[in-house]
Design a protein around this ligand. Structure first.
Ligand SMILES: [Zn+2]
Length: 178
């Protein structure tokens, strides 16, 4: 006898809206350093879109998305080795103000994070010392050596489009718009 009420066994228990490969997650986050100081938040803007596996979002964070559903919130601490790596004390460079956009006029202060042109493109650097003609810059990533705690809220989960998978990133508000 045939039974027309048999359910589709290909469906996973978590359903279609669980995050993972082939999905785009929209999420909000607050980011804290190891002294519980908030260093970043997404909440003043749109949720961040992330195609699973895309560059630009920490892989250790994306791993934690797998299986999560819209409305889920969770907290995860990512050691710096899996985030922005070690802080190397010798990565301090003296750079002529001439090589920095607006560097001649601009008032700099120690601790300020500026963008410099590195070999691989724009890169953040922290001002260590301000001189008349030069700046001493710490070119470690500003979050190098910092263990990061993310408080995450999953806003939505959807199937990635073929175009997003081809491009390797999510499209839309909070993602790539082009
Ligand atoms: Zn694209």
């Amino acid at each position: 006898m045939s039974d027309s009420s048999v359910t589709d066994s290909t469906q996973s228990p978590a359903g279609d809206s669980a995050a993972g490969p082939g999905k785009v997650v929209a999420f909000h986050y607050d980011l804290y350093d190891s002294s519980a100081k908030k260093v970043e938040s997404s909440k003043e803007g749109d949720p961040v879109l992330c195609l699973h596996g895309e560059r630009g979002v920490l892989i250790a964070l994306q791993d934690a998305f797998v299986g999560k559903m819209p409305g889920d919130d969770f907290s995860i601490t990512i050691p710096h080795e899996k985030a922005y790596g070690r802080h190397y004390p010798d990565r301090v460079q003296r750079l002529s103000r001439k090589k920095i956009d607006g560097g001649k006029q601009q008032m700099f202060r120690p601790g300020q994070i500026i963008t410099i042109q590195a070999e691989h493109g724009p890169s953040p650097a922290t001002v260590v010392k301000v001189g008349k003609f030069n700046l001493d810059l710490d070119i470690n990533h500003p979050l190098a050596g910092v263990d990061l705690t993310f408080d995450v809220q999953i806003v939505s989960v959807r199937e990635a489009s073929a175009e997003e998978i081809a491009h390797g990133h999510a499209h839309g508000l909070g993602g790539h718009q082009h």
